[in-house]
Design a protein around this ligand. Structure first.
Ligand SMILES: CCCCCCCCCCCCCC(=O)SCCNC(=O)CCNC(=O)[C@H](O)C(C)(C)COP(=O)(O)OP(=O)(O)OC[C@H]1O[C@@H](n2cnc3c(N)ncnc32)[C@H](O)[C@@H]1OP(=O)(O)O
Length: 133
């Protein structure tokens, strides 16, 4: 059920023709990616669709776990959209761990605009479904 071997993740696979093709780096406790939205990612004119803002935040948190050998699914997520995210500008997404109890992981993430303002924040709970190693 949780097989990922076809490598077609909408957020991170380089092979998904309609995917976001995100690449992640890890520095200390932070998982980070950058993304520049195109016109095809809009909701309101010129503004990144909120569902895709949530996707960016969700994926960064999932990748924080994946990088540490944990295959976990998002069980709950709360997103605060503070500012519109314009298309055509590179934004940074960062995720980090808040805590862990057994299979339950709590993480946070934020999306940062050029110039440093935080446009969106999320907190989420993930449940380990299997080890990825
Ligand atoms: C190719 C290379 C790729 C690389 C990378 C990939 C990275 C990955 C990218 C992925 C993409 C990005 C990520 C995505 O988009 S993941 C996709 C979106 N998420 C889903 O589809 C998840 C759907 N849900 C489920 O499948 C199940 O509900 C899961 C698996 C989550 C749990 O079902 P399971 O049957 O396993 O567990 P359980 O229900 O017995 O619960 C167990 C315990 O946990 C407690 N509990 C449950 N929920 C919550 C909660 N919200 N807060 C607090 N507690 C909670 C629960 O009370 C119980 O506690 P207790 O009674 O034992 O005390």
């Amino acid at each position: 059920m949780f097989r990922r071997s076809d490598g077609m993740c909408f957020a991170c696979s380089p092979r998904n023709p309609i995917g976001l093709h995100l690449e992640f780096s890890h520095e200390g406790d932070i998982c980070r990616t950058t993304f520049t939205a195109g016109n095809e990612h809009q909701g309101w004119d010129g503004v990144l669709h909120g569902g895709l803002v949530t996707t960016l935040l969700d994926e960064a948190m999932a990748q924080w776990l994946w990088h540490r050998g944990v295959a976990a699914m998002t069980a709950e997520m709360l997103t605060r959209f503070s500012l519109p995210v314009p298309v055509g500008v590179p934004v940074t997404v960062e995720a980090w761990k808040e805590g862990c109890r057994g299979r339950l992981w709590e993480l946070s993430a934020r999306l940062i605009l050029p110039g440093g303002k935080v446009a969106a924040r999320a907190t989420a709970k993930f449940l380990t479904v299997k080890e990825n190693g």
